[in-house]
Design a binder for this molecule. Structure first.
Ligand SMILES: Nc1ncnc2c1ncn2[C@@H]1O[C@H](COP(=O)(O)OP(=O)(O)OP(=O)(O)O)[C@@H](O)[C@H]1O
Length: 605
């Protein structure tokens, strides 16, 4: 029972949120729709009452009752007026509904995007949180939130209509009224129960659904095509997809069988009840001779069936869609990212440096320690390289420094000030970073570089300088529309670049930022040796203007750094210049010799 209460109060909260959202879109349209809804709800009861009066007037006219013709005229005029009103109200409601739906779809997509930009990285990297986000995203596009609003109106109409019809019926005969009104209940119960089960199944298969989408994605996107084709993974991926989908089908089929079996059986009870009411009404009319009421009962059977079906569909859909919409509103009402900063502006140029003090970090929801009491100092305006095996914790250092995550314990200081005292937006504005998995924007070159600093998007001179620094200028100038050439293959006229060219574009983006801290996570992985030497020549220039951090597995890159940090298992194990570390003969020296010998045996000696 407490569970039921909790669910009801949760549903009420969602309905309130839906109503508030629609009210926010247009108070006038929502009010007009509410009025139209209530008036539409009065149509069946008025129709039944007028029909009974009209039929009774016809019978009375046949037996020459004095005022019968007047009553017949009034009732007929009333029926015409009701039909016209119903038509106008229905058209008006449909118009208002379609406007609200258009407004809602436009607005909700935007709200989901805005929310996405405010979430912490953990919401994307933690599978559970990511699932929630994906569910919300699906709901925002599926229109279920609008359906909830529509169903609320439909349920309201059906409920009000039932109340008014009941009022008319009860005024004639309590027992017949009860039989007519209770008839649809068994079918209603079946719908509610099975909608609930349907939702529970869908909710718990979110991970598998995502897996199925992922397999589909792997076989239908350009980035994965080559590998899937050459490793001949197609049939295997299709097989995995098929087994997931077949399992969905098996479960859904079992539910469909139960749902339809029960609905048919309980529907039969409903039909029996309606038939009983009809027989009862016929017999009672035979006793009292009020033929008008009999016509009313016959019409009421149809009206109650329609209202109850409306209610039934309304409640069942409302129940199901509320649960789905709950995902959307849960997401939209989540508190924004927990990582908040202070108000201190970030320095435009570092004077002291960056210091990690005993920093330990575990990714949310995991027990493995990515960084373990990690301490280091990176002096201002130096170029510092971080090396270490895969999974050593190098990228984690970058994520913490750019405040995409907060340390589990320990502190990070910039110019002696804890990172959390700086305004986070300002901090992030002042870090130029190229991630391993940088974005390849399927947009013009101008945007690909200009996103480094939006205010320079149309400043060709700056874009050219940044492209020059990264070595991208040359190939950009050869493109058909130079800086206005769309990159990638997703959009018409797009020009695809090589992996190394994309990397140079990403570097240009970071260079345009002209930030006091520059972070390059594997910046030259896809770049040829000549271009790499060229970029690092330039990087030295940038280092003289910024404090830079370079993560690289290439020791030819690393050796130019002023300081090298060697990370292993999340801890700092060695630090110094290339020469110092070589002389020390530790892990760095070992790794360096391995790589140098691979290129030129005996080179490291
Ligand atoms: N989003 C994440 N959630 C959970 N664990 C993570 C996440 N990202 C990284 N890890 C774990 O944290 C540890 C450090 O990862 P990190 O990405 O910092 O390594 P890295 O040194 O940059 O490796 P590479 O050279 O392969 O890029 C690894 O054990 C990794 O499995």
């Amino acid at each position: 029972m407490p569970e039921e209460h909790r669910r009801l109060s949760r549903d009420l909260r969602y309905w309130w949120l839906v109503l508030r959202t629609f009210w926010g879109l247009s108070p006038l349209r929502v009010s007009a729709l509410a009025v139209a809804t209530v008036l539409t709800a009065a149509v069946p009861a008025t129709g039944i009452w007028l029909t009974a009066r009209a039929v009774q007037a016809v019978v009375d006219a046949l037996t020459r009752v004095p005022d019968a013709m007047d009553r017949l005229t009034c009732a007929a005029a009333g029926l015409v007026a009701v039909a016209v009103a119903e038509h106008i109200l229905t058209s008006l409601s449909q118009y208002l509904n379609s406007l609200l739906q258009l407004e809602f779809t436009a607005k909700i997509g935007e709200r989901v995007m805005v929310k996405g930009t405010r979430m912490d990285l953990s919401a994307y990297e933690d599978p559970e949180a990511y699932d929630r986000l994906q569910r919300a995203l699906r709901e925002s596009g599926s229109g279920t939130a609008f359906e909830v609003f529509e169903e609320m109106m439909r349920t309201l109409t059906a409920l009000a209509s039932l109340v008014m019809v009941s009022w008319v019926l009860f005024s004639w005969n309590v027992w017949i009224a009860l039989a007519i009104l209770l008839a649809p209940l068994p079918a209603l119960a079946a719908h509610v129960v099975f909608s609930k089960q349907g939702y529970a199944i869908e909710y718990h298969r979110a991970q598998d659904r995502r897996r199925a989408f992922y397999y589909q994605d792997l076989t239908t996107t350009d980035s994965s095509y080559k590998e899937v084709k050459l490793y001949q993974l197609g049939p295997h991926l299709v097989g995995r997809y098929r087994s997931l989908v077949q399992e969905f089908f098996r479960v859904d089929r079992a539910l469909a069988r139960r749902r339809h079996g029960w609905s048919a059986a309980l529907g039969l009870v409903s039909v029996g009840c309606s038939a009983g009411a009809l027989v009862f009404a016929l017999r009672s009319t035979a006793d009292n001779g009020r033929i008008g009421e009999l016509a009313g009962y016959l019409q009421a059977l149809g009206a109650v069936h329609a209202a109850a079906t409306g209610l039934l569909l309304g409640v069942a859909t409302l129940y199901q869609n509320t649960l789905f919409t709950g995902n959307l509103f849960d997401y939209l009402t989540l508190p924004d990212g927990r990582i908040t900063g202070g108000t201190r502006p970030f320095p435009r140029r570092l004077t002291h440096g960056i210091e990690f003090q005993d920093v330990t970090f575990r990714y949310p929801g995991t027990t493995t320690t990515a960084l373990d009491r990690f301490s280091c100092f990176i002096p201002a305006d130096t170029c510092c390289a971080i090396v270490g095996a895969n999974g050593a914790g190098k990228s984690t250092i970058v994520k913490l420094l750019s405040r995409l995550y907060e340390p589990t314990s320990g502190r990070i200081l910039v110019d002696g000030v804890p990172l959390e005292e700086y305004d986070t937006d300002d901090l992030q504005r002042n870090i130029g970073v190229v991630f391993q998995d940088f974005i390849r924007y399927e947009m013009p070159v101008r945007h690909n570089i200009g996103f480094g600093r939006l205010e320079h998007l149309d400043d060709d001179a700056r874009l050219r300088t940044a492209a020059g620094s990264s070595g991208a200028a040359e190939f950009i100038d050869r493109l058909a529309d130079t800086y206005d050439t769309t990159l990638g293959r997703h959009f018409e006229g797009g020009h695809q670049l090589s992996g190394g060219q994309w990397q140079k574009i990403a570097l240009a983006r970071a260079f345009l930022r002209d930030a006091p801290i520059a972070i390059l996570d594997e910046p030259t992985a896809a770049i040829d040796a000549e271009a790499e030497a060229d970029i690092f020549g330039r990087l030295r220039t940038i280092c003289s203007r910024a404090t830079s951090l370079v993560i690289s597995h290439r020791f030819s890159t690393v050796r130019i750094a002023d300081k090298i940090l060697v990370v292993e298992g999340g801890a700092l194990i060695e630090e110094g210049t290339h020469e110092e570390l070589l002389a020390r003969g530790g892990t760095y020296a070992h790794l360096f010799r391995l790589q140098a010998d691979a290129y030129l045996p005996g080179a490291s000696a």
